[in-house]
Design a protein around this ligand. Structure first.
Ligand code: AHM
Ligand code: MG
Length: 333
């Protein structure tokens, strides 16, 4: 592993950016500290009696677990201190969170899923934090508001995730490729372990919750059957891997190639919809995927081109190797 720390990497980026004020670097610095705090708690989850549910239901109608709440609180409090933000939005809160000017205000928007895959914590399986960063729109609105948050993913200035697995990793992009860092716990630093990540053009793995097969439309079934069959590009069935933690499933897809899918399903027949959230899950990972040479679509078009209608919008997601996603598009078109 290289000796380049994420801090050195960020400073290099700052030096190469004309007119950089250092605010963005400060923002990422506070994000990294938050992730270290979350990683520490996740690794002690079984020991600290933080396991289990609080009994509350979040805005998405799901059970909130204690570590979700902790991660959410850490990020909100720590990121406010960065002085770089004007608004935050999190999967766990119904509304946007305006940032007070107690620590100064900047023009960045920070959107995040504090602890994705949290239903896996009780069984000691990987979870992650996903983040998306935009710049505020200066236009007709004097004050920053919801319209600054509802920007298409193509406008992101940075995005990425932390994976709390056997090792803690940070993978992110600022639109100039994708780099991965691994936390060395002995020195407490993220070291550059995966420079300039590129997704293989075609993979060998498909990743989808196939338990939903009966709830998919026929086009989706045909697309998934294609990867399981022998009439695909490989002439051989793809292997199936599905963790059920988006960050873990995406991270494997990024490194090994293949396709991750969460199609729309018809549990509610009136409105077949995806499960994953556009702003805090699909959009940031799509930015990473494209920057690594991959693709991401909702079946109709590019995820990054979707104009969000509301804060907690959900979308179908097909993401991964260029050729595998293109093949899915042929079925869904
Ligand atoms: P979460 O953000 O509430 O944890 O939910 C999102 C998770 C993703 O990590 C994962 O890809 C998906 O839900 C798994 O859903 P399912 O259990 O329906 O397969
Ligand atoms: Mg979540």
């Amino acid at each position: 592993m290289s000796q380049v720390t994420v801090t050195e990497h960020l400073l290099l980026h700052q030096k190469r950016t004309p007119d950089a004020t250092g605010r963005f670097t400060q923002l990422l610095h506070d994000l990294i500290i938050s992730a270290k705090l979350i990683a520490r708690s996740v690794s002690k989850a079984g020991l600290l009696d933080v396991l289990g549910e609080t009994g509350e239901i979040n805005v998405q109608g799901e059970q909130v677990q204690k570590l979700d709440e902790y991660a959410n609180r850490v990020l909100i409090h720590r990121m406010e201190r960065s002085g770089a933000l004007c608004i935050m939005a999190t999967e766990e809160n119904a509304d946007i969170i305006p940032v007070s000017d107690r620590f100064g205000q900047g023009d960045y928007i920070f959107i995040f899923d504090p602890l994705d895959g949290s239903s896996n914590i009780d069984v000691n399986v990987n979870v992650g934090t996903i983040f998306s960063i935009h710049k505020r729109l200066y236009g007709s609105h004097p004050d920053p508001g919801i319209s600054d948050v509802l920007q298409p993913g193509s406008k992101q200035v940075a995005a990425g995730y932390f994976l709390y697995g056997p090792a803690t990793m940070m993978v992110y992009t600022t639109g100039q490729g994708v780099n991965g860092f691994t936390l060395d716990p002995s020195v407490g630093e993220f070291l550059l372990s995966h420079p300039n990540i590129m997704i293989p053009e075609t993979g060998k793995i498909y990743s989808v919750n196939e338990g939903n097969y009966a709830l998919w439309d026929s086009k989706t079934r045909k697309a998934v059957d294609y990867f399981k069959g022998t009439k695909n590009r490989r002439g051989h069935p793809y292997s199936l891997r599905y963790v059920g933690s988006l960050v873990a499933d995406f991270h494997r897809t990024l490194l090994y190639g293949g396709i991750f899918a969460y199609p729309k399903s018809y549990k509610n027949p009136e409105r077949g919809e995806g499960k994953l959230r556009l702003l805090c899950e699909a959009s940031p990972l799509s930015f990473v995927a494209e920057q690594a040479g991959g693709r991401a679509t909702d079946g109709a078009g590019r995820i990054l081109d979707i104009e969000p209608g509301h804060l907690h919008e959900r979308v179908p997601l097909f993401i991964g190797s260029k050729n595998d996603v293109d093949d899915v598009m042929r079925f869904l078109a």
